[in-house]
Design a protein. Structure first.
Length: 560
């Protein structure tokens, strides 16, 4: 039920309750999507205004995932939440949120919220109360421990050797309690103690509140970190290049009772059909992500996101994912997000590609992203081939960037969080004010409006591939088997499912490649249905040589 007492239900979506595996999710970073109130920061009304870019007559995605929209002091740009139940006025009102849900639903788009349940802001009322005293209702809602001892000068020593992902120790001393609190991230992001029953009950009540407002799913921030070893044992040492990597994180993440906690969470989400969740695997492996994947609960793995633009690297990554997830677990497909370099610039840099080649690679990568096995999660702006923007240190809004510590290397995440250019001209159609983060220098030419008008743009390519994915059931539910196209610089795989057989081929080389297509199980040749280039070959015979153009991706269906 939203605030007007009406539960919003998605109308005529492209897929039913299994949309979470057939459909495509698009990550909106609200600060950088579109600003309507002239403060330089994106807002919920900006998302509402641009839903047609995402809906059926635009890109054609099935759900939006909103990066955190809750009140926050902004130390970790919204991942430090001071009230999980409300909308930050920076982004709009509670009514704006309800309108965003119903307007999305009206266009068949589902809404996924980012839940940050591992930690809160240090300004959250729970923590304010908890840090003030060892008694009171919130005293044990955070991870408090006595000092392990005292240095000769009386300085309290942290309870164990755990370190923060954002650099420095994972413990901060609070003199009011004469105890340390734990934080995997910033000092201003104290870790909740999920072993305290009140914490779980409060979090699940909050989850229910958003479901009642019509939300269709959740992304769970660092979900494999919620539970720590009950005895808070010291992590064993290992070789590494930083304080973090010199520990085996055996006791501060991935505890054995985590799946049971997620099952209790899922029981709430599953009270209505068709709701999904996706867990953000923090620093884990692909195999670890697969193990934590259950029905309707996906888990991000980072295998594809960390590859250079090489066919053998992508082939090995796909092979490893297929092995890890097996036939019964459904993977996600992610090439970019708000924590990592954008793939358009990252992949191009990995082979020293020219500016002209960069878009061709972005299109070829989109072919893989939208046709391999799993649920694709697109990151806003990738549909126009947006790249990272160099941000001077003084303009960075990513706090770990400012840490000066030889033990700590950091990539400034501001670079991949810059505003989406909607059109040329001042403010790029994003804002009438000074944007909260600078726009890319190429915003005047690389923007949604100019690409909409160009049939050979990255945007046009995304639209073609998304349409093909929607039409071809085997791209949604089929198995994936790697195949040999006769040239090692070509990635090729077959998808077989309820819609017949599909072959995908992607040329990684700037010279293109000659391929020899495998024969379809039924039929004599292959009919291209989509690809990186707007002009498709009419039909491709199997076994006869076919030339793929530089960085060309082709999606073909078996043709009898
Ligand atoms: C993962 C989020 O993706 C990242 O942006 C954030 O800094 C950490 N979790 C801490 O919340």
């Amino acid at each position: 039920m939203n605030r007007t007492g009406v539960a919003s239900v998605v109308t005529s979506p492209r897929f039913g309750d299994d949309w979470w595996r057939r459909g495509v999710v698009y990550q909106v970073y609200p600060r950088s999507f579109a600003d309507t109130d002239g403060d330089g920061v994106g807002d919920l009304r900006g998302i509402i205004d641009h839903l047609d870019h995402l809906g059926r007559d635009g890109l054609g995605i099935d759900a939006i995932w909103l990066s955190p929209i809750y009140p926050s002091p902004g130390r970790d740009v919204g991942y430090d939440v001071s009230d999980h139940r409300r909308v930050d006025p920076l982004f709009g009102s509670e009514d704006d949120f309800d309108e965003l849900v119903s307007e999305s639903h009206r266009r068949g788009i589902r809404v996924v919220l980012d839940l940050v349940m591992n930690h809160t802001s240090d300004r959250h009322p729970w923590f304010v109360a908890s840090r003030a005293s060892r008694s009171g209702p919130y005293a044990d809602w955070y991870i408090w421990r006595d000092p392990a001892g005292f240095a000769p000068d009386g300085t309290p020593l942290p309870p164990n050797n755990w370190v923060s992902w954002f650099g420095g120790p994972a413990w901060t001393y609070e003199s009011a309690r004469r105890q340390f609190y734990h934080h995997t991230f910033l000092v201003e992001q104290p870790e909740l103690d999920w072993r305290t029953p009140g914490v779980e009950a409060a979090q699940f009540e909050m989850v229910q509140g958003w479901l009642d407002r019509g939300v269709d799913g959740f992304r769970l921030d660092t979900f494999n970190v919620f539970l720590k070893h009950p005895e808070m044992l010291a992590n064993p040492a290992r070789r590494g290049t930083s304080a973090w990597t010199r520990q085996v994180h055996r006791f501060d993440i991935d505890q054995p009772d985590q799946p049971a906690l997620i099952a209790r969470f899922r029981a709430i989400v599953d009270r209505a059909p068709g709701r999904m969740s996706v867990g953000e695997m923090f620093v884990g492996t692909t195999e670890g992500a697969a193990v934590l994947t259950t029905d309707r609960h996906l888990v991000f793995d980072w295998e594809l996101m960390t590859q250079p633009w090489r066919a053998h690297a992508f082939r090995a990554a796909i092979r490893r994912r297929e092995r890890a997830f097996g036939p019964d677990r459904w993977p996600t497909i992610v090439l970019s997000n708000h924590d990592q370099p954008r793939h358009a610039s990252r992949l191009a840099a990995s082979i020293d590609a020219s500016e002209a080649e960069r878009d061709a690679i972005a299109k070829a990568a989109a072919t893989i992203e939208l046709t391999s096995r799993g649920t694709p999660f697109l990151y806003y702006g990738e549909e126009i081939g947006m790249g990272d923007v160099r941000i001077p240190l003084a303009e960075s809004v990513d706090p770990p960037t400012a840490r000066v510590d030889p033990e700590f290397q950091w990539w400034d995440r501001s670079q991949s969080r810059t505003p989406l250019p909607w059109s040329g001209g001042p403010g790029a159609g994003f804002t009438t004010a000074r944007p909260w983060l600078r726009l890319g220098d190429d915003a005047t030419t690389r923007n949604v409006a100019s690409q909409r008008a160009d049939p050979d743009s990255v945007l046009a390519c995304y639209r073609r591939l998304l349409a093909a994915r929607c039409e071809q059931r085997s791209l949604q539910d089929g198995t994936l088997v790697l195949t040999d196209a006769g040239d090692p610089t070509v990635l090729a795989y077959r998808r077989s499912g309820s819609g017949g057989e599909i072959l995908v081929m992607v040329a990684f080389d700037r010279r293109g490649a000659y391929v020899r297509l495998p024969a379809p199980r039924r039929g004599a040749g292959w009919r291209p249905v989509a690809g990186t280039h707007p002009d498709l070959p009419a039909r491709v015979e199997s076994r006869s040589p076919h030339r793929l153009r530089p960085f060309e991706g082709l999606v073909l269906v078996a043709d009898g």
